[in-house]
Design a binder for this molecule. Structure first.
Ligand code: ADP
Ligand code: MG
Length: 292
């Protein structure tokens, strides 16, 4: 069953036919996201609150895009509209041409805080999606083991989530999302609560998995290093109300490793993002001061 070799904590996936079903091969066109002219307005006690304003964004199949912006700028709200949790007030969101109206396993979601079932074992958590999709128990267990191997947790299949470290819980969350073979993986600050060294290892692990899986990834972060390290493109959002203010190509070669973090090309992209975010954060402070 194991298609995986573990090597210096890096994972190399040898082959898995269903894993490759969504890959970026010619003709594979699953996972195209289109966000058009989207406003998202919440009704609050103090009146309507515009969380996202006039956002338009296309993500190509197999692309790794980071949504980067200051805290509270509307990143989660925009991502939740792609996930199907939050309907746009204006405009539309489609995946592969179909309007997004509700969450679906084909759009896998990984949150900042794990959302595993505490009463289920690690394996049962990952097997849950396939079981719900009608896969038999044995096959679901096999799928769970495959994806737990991918995230380096094969040995923990029978443990309960609350006995694992934060990083391990997030890896289970990633395995659980992938076990549905989603064409789109939506990740909302999944490594935000982890220490720096765990975080970089998780980033490398994620890129190793994505290199084989090649599904579309939208990854929300407020961390510039993380955005530059991971993505093909960085979509920068303004302070609230969140607008898309820049779309930056990250033309750094892959595979990417920790040493990239100190390279001149990395620094140049980081500076470009830092300048944009700094301007936006200052704007946010000024607005808060005015409001206060
Ligand atoms: P980010 O993920 O960038 O930190 P969010 O998308 O969570 O930002 O939030 C954007 C803005 O929308 C914030 O001002 C937040 O308070 C507000 N907001 C988010 N969800 C709701 C909601 N369900 N009802 C009212 N306001 C909300
Ligand atoms: Mg958020």
């Amino acid at each position: 069953m194991s298609d995986v070799i573990v090597n210096d904590n890096r994972l190399a996936v040898l082959d898995h036919s269903r894993l490759r079903a969504n890959s970026g091969k010619p003709g594979a066109e699953r996972g195209r996201i289109s966000v058009r002219d989207v406003d998202i307005v919440f009704d609050t006690a103090s009146g309507p609150h515009v969380a996202v304003q006039n956002a338009s964004l296309t993500v190509r199949p197999g692309e790794f895009v980071c949504l980067l912006g200051p805290s509270g700028c509307g990143k989660s709200t925009l991502m939740n509209s792609i996930a199907g949790f939050v309907p746009p007030t204006r405009g539309d969101v489609t995946v592969d041409g179909e309007a997004v109206t509700e969450p679906a396993p084909d759009r896998g979601m990984v949150f900042q805080q794990h959302s595993l079932f505490p009463w289920k074992t690690v394996k049962e958590n990952v097997a849950f999606g396939p079981l719900m999709a009608g896969v038999g128990q044995n096959e679901a267990n096999g799928v769970a083991r495959t994806f737990l191997s991918l995230v380096g947790l094969a040995a923990f299949e029978n443990t309960y989530p609350n006995t694992l470290s934060g990083g391990m819980q997030q890896r289970v969350g990633i395995a659980r999302a992938l076990a549905n073979y989603p064409s789109v993986l939506l990740m909302d600050e999944p490594f935000g609560a982890l220490d720096a060294q765990t975080r970089i290892m998780m980033q490398e692990n994620l890129l190793d998995i994505w290199r084989e899986f090649r599904n579309t990834v939208v990854f929300v972060t407020h961390d510039i290093d993380e955005a530059v390290f991971l993505s093909d493109r960085i979509v920068v959002m303004s302070a609230s109300p969140g607008r898309i203010i820049a779309d930056i190509d990250v033309n750094l070669s892959r595979p990417r490793e920790q040493s990239l973090l100190t390279s001149p090309e990395f620094m140049a992209l980081k500076r470009q993002c830092l300048d944009l975010i700094r301007k936006e954060t200052l704007n946010a402070f000024q607005q808060q001061n005015k409001a206060g």
